[in-house]
Design a protein. Sequence first.
Length: 627
Amino acid sequence: MSTISIYESTVPCLSSVIDLQRKVQKEELKFSTETNQFLLYHTLKAVGPFVAQKLVSKLVERGEITWDDNDNWEVERILDYVQEDEKDFYLIKWKGWSNAYNSWEPKENLSCEELLVEFQSNGRKRKFLEIDMDDMPSPKRNRVDEIFHKLAPLKETLSPISLLSLSSPTKSGRQPLFRQFLKKSGKVAKNLTPGMKQLNPRSKFYKQKRVEVKKALKDWENQLNGINTDPSPIFVENDADLEGPPENFEYINDYKAGEGITIPDDPMIGCECEDCLENKKDCCPTWCGSMFAYYKHKRVKVMKGTPIYECNKRCKCGPECPNRVVQLGRKFKLCIFRTKNGRGWGVKTLQRIKKGSFVVEYVGEVITNEEAERRGKHYDAVGRTYLFDLDYNTGDCPFTVDAGYYGNVSHFINHSCDPNLEVYAVWINTLDPRLPRIALFSKRDIAKGEELTFDYMMTGDTTNQAPTLSDVDKSVAAELMKASAVTVSKVTETGDNTESEADTEVDTEGSDAGFSVDSKDDTLQQDSELDELSMNDDLNSDQISVKSTSDVSQSSSPVKSMSPKKMADIAEKEPKQPPLPVSAMGAAPSPAVVESNPQDKLLPKSITDQFRIVCQCGAKNCRRYLF
Ligand SMILES: C[S@@+](CC[C@H](N)C(=O)[O-])C[C@H]1O[C@@H](n2cnc3c(N)ncnc32)[C@H](O)[C@@H]1O
């Protein structure tokens, strides 16, 4: 492995840092220490002091760095006091920090006896607190500098990506780790409220934090709408817990071509119809060997699995053409909201949606299969699921859409085994058969306020049963569990419903309710805890269920375990049509040849090798596992 130094680099945003690092990893190069330091600093600045502090707290807990600075957190004044669950909390103004950094602290975190006595002797007078969040840009920078300085021992080993991947949450119910550490050293971190689990949602602390979160979410909503080019706005709402905007997510409107990928955008030919619907037998879909997909009112009429070819930019027709639907963007107002049963964020519609309507496109970064394998390992480690294989036509997976970092509102759509959306492959200006766009249409009428879901179909199993593990797989799983020191959710055999425990730590209740595994804390959580857990400000969906962090992605299966939906599966239930001639457009796929890979019916090896995410969709026909 060679070492290069990059002394001059322009890194305009966090995503570029990640891209740059991926590129370097791919080439098996290594950043020089200076460059790594520069990028780490940039990353800390990009995520901001609050998130940076959270990330660093993980390193503190792992003992990778220490935090022994005693000078930083001097109490300037005590502003307010409240008792919560028979515990005293004080509102602290910190010396050298603006009011934006005031925080509520339990008494045992404070070592300022004199100020406490003075405050108490003043009759614990309440003072009106003005929180000015826009105040003090410079302390923010100082805070980042300070955190950066603490990372010095890891300057050779800690990369920006590994730093960001620490953002998976702590086990809920515990205080943030940073706080725990600082508590030990008699100091407390600013900006962290007391452990939220202890607090009553009606309490003052909780309400104060809620105001902050609400403001942050409003800012994020504005930011999203500033980028969003769909005709309809996006709303953001969190009535469930204190989770703020997601940390590592950048909104995009269209596919972003990954490293080494070009997405062609110039079809060779377009139609000249006066009325495409009238002339449907001689319009784009027919040329491409498929059917006209839409009714006059633009709702989809073809069965799922049928490839859709819309009129493209070479066609004479205008936007009113019934064969232009997905390309006109999302028309329904959608809201990213916090679910109350531990599935993290979800998406609901703020308008009634009729069956067959186009709802939203699934966009992300288009990456190669090899890159998807690589990223899958990283996602596995943090229990995330955003890879969507584009294996519509071939059963192979030449390209994958990764919506993990870059995505639109669909990034937040959860899985259901009884979904209200279904997936269609759509070709518009890119006619490369390997690069369909993924469009989500309503499967039935959807009521205003209803959560939108689609079936990730990650098990490759279209029955209602959970997929089975063979005995061999179980022993592999047991080995992996030992190696990675995680507990694993119980594996239920289908058919006879016998249960097999791959790990003795696993609960034996056998209830239908899902269990969740936290790989970091080796802890099994029961569903009944989830509502309570969701109050914790560190909790997000990724904590709910986690697979092995072991490096088990050496699978020969082309199906990445995290693919939300295999396009081949979409077609699986469709009647097979005879192959059609290659379309007039040359590059277009032969849609009739929609072979489902028989292997897809089996549990992909990579899935058997992994620990499952327990499905919380609540559907009667729930398959119990996301994969
Ligand atoms: C594409 S993301 C959906 C958005 C995600 N809820 C979030 O907060 O960002 C997929 C992840 O959401 C969670 N998730 C989605 N559907 C779920 C379900 N039915 N049950 C449990 N977790 C689910 C899992 O953590 C999964 O890895």
